[in-house]
Design a protein around this ligand. Structure first.
Ligand SMILES: NC(=O)c1ccc[n+]([C@@H]2O[C@H](COP(=O)([O-])OP(=O)(O)OC[C@H]3O[C@@H](n4cnc5c(N)ncnc54)[C@H](OP(=O)(O)O)[C@@H]3O)[C@@H](O)[C@H]2O)c1
Length: 320
């Protein structure tokens, strides 16, 4: 049984619990969030002990902590969890920049505790089945990725629009695009970004062109245009479309140069966070401190790309 505590009982934490309930051998033990009323309501809905303080949560009988606060407070709770001897699954972006991320990774390593950034797409059944299929039915070396996410129906009081809480299209959505580009094309070598700001001091829409070890990516992230939400991955003898929304993937079409068209349909269940939770629990059981899928290096590369992108559009957060 892997016993969990949650820090930050907001929107994504509800989806996390939906996923947790679908993973056998897990238990929600304790909860804590900034406002007591949030924790109590969450506990009444999902179970788990509503803690009065983060110290109480960290002293409870748990193996792992899911950190689902906003990115400004992720580092503080990561360090507190490591000091209490708990493994950490931390929501994305785990840190505001690479300089802040590095000490988190070093702390996990030095304490011998598992840390993983909750980058969900690679754990969806579609994504893993697609990768498996390509081993025996390749599209040739991949040299180009085009993907984006622009979601125009987010309410304006959402933290994605908050400067103080590290909102903005690049940080909140661009990190998914960074993952996709690095996963298919390798290490980032160059980043070219343009972005447009809104009234709250964060970027509302940004486009990136990136050069990687194995090719180019063209990416977008935004909050005020209704984007298509698919992803295109091009190899020398075929291309893949991961249909919308590619970051919660359930369907892909592979078009081969010889005319073959292959559709892979792999619906997800329980909201989709169950797959990353399952992976994380397996890693704990195997005594690992790092995921082979969302590795420390992947987290470093994703945030390094966003650091460069923000520098180019002129977005700096408090304390930077
Ligand atoms: N993986 C995904 O699919 C996905 C999707 C959306 C968001 N996210 C990520 O998940 C994180 C949370 O996003 P969300 O949409 O769930 O935001 P949210 O609904 O605003 O929830 C955040 C929760 O954290 C609590 N909180 C905020 N700052 C805190 C602090 N300093 N100390 C203690 N509690 C604090 C809030 O507390 P109170 O209510 O108690 O005030 C709120 O309940 C972000 O990093 C976001 O990027 C991931």
């Amino acid at each position: 049984m892997i016993k969990w505590g949650i820090i930050g009982c907001g929107r994504i934490a509800h989806r996390f619990v939906q996923g947790l309930k679908a993973v056998p051998g897990t238990e929600l033990v304790s909860l804590w969030s900034r406002r007591p009323e949030t924790v109590i309501a969450f506990s009444e809905q999902h179970g788990g002990h509503a803690c009065a303080t983060v110290e109480e949560l960290l002293a409870s009988d748990i193996d792992a902590v899911y950190i689902a606060t906003l990115p400004d407070s992720h580092p503080e709770y990561c360090f507190a969890a490591f000091n209490a001897g708990k493994h950490v699954l931390c929501e994305k972006p785990a840190a505001i920049n690479l300089d802040i991320l590095n000490p988190i990774l070093e702390a996990a390593r030095s304490k011998g505790l598992l840390f993983m950034e909750a980058m969900k797409p690679p754990f969806f059944p579609l994504y893993s089945r697609l990768k498996e299929y390509l081993i025996t039915n390749p599209i040739g070396p991949v040299g180009y990725v085009r993907a984006g996410s622009s979601v125009a129906d987010i309410p304006r009081d959402h933290p994605n629009f908050s400067y103080d809480y590290v909102g903005g299209a690049i940080m909140q959505i661009g990190i998914y695009e960074a993952f996709l580009a690095v996963d298919w094309l390798g290490e980032t070598q160059q980043v070219q970004t343009m972005g447009r700001f809104g009234g709250t001091g964060i970027d509302m829409f940004a486009i990136f062109q990136t050069l990687h070890t194995n090719g180019y990516a063209q990416l977008y992230a935004g909050f005020d245009l209704h984007g298509k939400g698919d992803a295109l991955i091009c190899g020398t003898i075929g291309h893949i479309t991961i249909h919308k929304n590619w970051w919660n993937p359930s369907k892909a079409t592979i078009n081969y140069l010889d005319g073959r068209i292959v559709v892979i349909d792999e619906p997800f269940t329980a909201g989709g966070l169950n797959y990353e939770i399952e992976h994380f629990c397996e890693l704990i059981k195997a005594g690992k401190i790092e995921s082979n899928i969302v590795s420390y290096d992947m987290s470093r590369q994703m945030i390094a790309m966003l650091d460069k992108a923000r520098e180019q559009v002129g977005l700096r957060f408090k304390g930077e």
